[in-house]
Design a protein around this ligand. Structure first.
Ligand SMILES: Cc1ncc(COP(=O)(O)O)c(C=O)c1O
Length: 391
């Protein structure tokens, strides 16, 4: 046995939920993802209970299935949108444009115009060129500027560097927004997805506070909103604090900086709402060793980096893997089915899988509801995109 082995399904799913998913999964051919919408419903309510003062903008990129969007629409969620394609999906479900934020800082002028024409009036930016495009294509809209954050070491899927700008530039942009006839509305940040260090929000909020104060004192600009992004946890192999602990700490950080009169607060959860609702089911295609005395078995399965498990890049997200076989375990390398040598999910972080695991056995990749289906290639090596079911 080794330390990475023997995950307990009950650490991730209550017995009834797992039973329900498993019973459905037993009727389908692998590979596929099953998402339990009742779990998303539960997570949404839990999130709202924990952040009663915040408006939720679901990050559609995590999983844009109509079943998910409809559920969240009916629960009152707003939507953080990354592209015109996501916008069409959400608006096709009769979501009104005042529930939508165009959160991508990288966008074409014609796409900004498209959002504006569909009625969206809330835009993120982090650069002068984009801001000038917004001023032309979406006149009078509300602008929030995304700032860079620290904490890339402690987030399993970091999001800074590419997005956000320095606080000095954020202030310049908010002043320019006003001068261009836009509404300088607020500041956003994303501390990195699956952020395990809650202090990352403290540091980011401290920078937001500086921007709020300086713009009020020096430029007479009264910002109204803080968008705290996502980063809230899902349950993977590397454990995190409970959502309640995040919420308590973050509320304390806001209170320390802004007192009891909170600005409008937005959160943009993706992973924390959806990931735990999904189980990706695959089958073992082949088990081999590379030499007669090879220490590690290679377990090849019918799902891989190109069919939904891209977040195993650099072994960043360590999905819990469950099999029905039990008994003595041995370290394995786990790889996908394609003829691409990059299609190895875990080699350095060794999963221990039962020695009696055999070809044809199923592997259950837990916590895979978010950032899997949409990352799946459409035809790499001829394999179709990952099939998904919603129960
Ligand atoms: C702008 C924005 N908001 C929210 C999210 C969702 O973050 P998470 O899945 O960590 O909740 C992302 C993820 O990429 C994002 O880019």
């Amino acid at each position: 046995m080794n330390e990475h082995q023997s995950i307990q399904v009950t650490d991730y799913y209550d017995a009834d939920t797992f039973k329900r998913i498993k019973a459905f999964a037993d009727t389908k051919e692998t590979p596929f993802l099953v998402v339990d919408t009742a779990t998303i419903d539960h997570h949404y309510s839990e999130l709202v209970d924990n952040f009663p003062y915040a408006k939720v903008y679901y990050a559609v990129k995590a999983n844009p299935a109509p079943e998910v969007l409809t559920l969240l629409r009916d629960k009152g969620s707003n939507f953080d949108i990354a592209s015109i394609y996501e916008l069409d999906k959400v608006m096709a479900l009769d979501v009104s444009p005042d529930r939508i934020s165009y959160g991508n800082t990288i966008k074409k002028a014609k796409d900004i115009r498209y959002f504006y024409e569909r009625g969206v009036r809330l835009f993120a930016t982090d650069s002068e060129a984009d801001l000038r495009n917004i001023a032309k294509a979406a006149p009078g809209s509300k602008i929030y500027v995304r700032i860079l954050t620290e904490g890339t070491q402690t987030a399993d899927w970091p999001l800074s560097r590419k997005f956000g700008c320095h606080t000095d530039m954020a202030m310049d942009l908010l002043i320019l927004a006003r001068d261009l006839g836009l509404v300088p509305y607020g500041v956003s940040f994303h501390v990195g997805s699956q952020q395990r260090e809650i202090g990352a929000w403290d540091a980011a909020l401290g920078n937001v506070k500086v921007i709020f104060d300086r713009l009020r004192e020096e430029d007479g600009i009264e910002l109204k909103m803080i968008n705290m992004g996502g980063g809230f946890p899902a349950n993977y192999m590397t454990r995190t604090n409970e959502l309640g602990t995040y919420a308590e700490e973050i509320e304390r950080f806001i209170r320390e900086d802004f007192g009891d009169e909170f600005p409008e607060i937005i959160i943009e959860p993706g992973r924390s709402l959806i990931a735990n609702a999904g189980i990706l089911v695959s089958e073992v295609v082949l088990i081999s060793r590379k030499s007669r005395t090879g220490l590690h078995r290679w377990v090849f399965t019918d799902v891989g980096k190109f069919s939904g498990l891209i977040e195993t890049l650099d072994e960043s997200i360590k999905f819990p893997i469950y099999t029905e076989k039990t008994g003595e375990c041995e370290d394995v390398v786990i790889a996908g089915p394609t003829c691409d040598s990059a299609d190895i999910m875990y080699e350095h972080y060794k999963y221990g899988l039962p020695l009696n695991l055999a070809m044809g056995d199923r592997m259950y990749w837990l916590t895979t509801g978010a950032y899997t289906t949409t990352y799946s290639a459409v035809c790499f090596n001829g394999f179709p995109p990952l099939q998904d079911y919603y129960i």
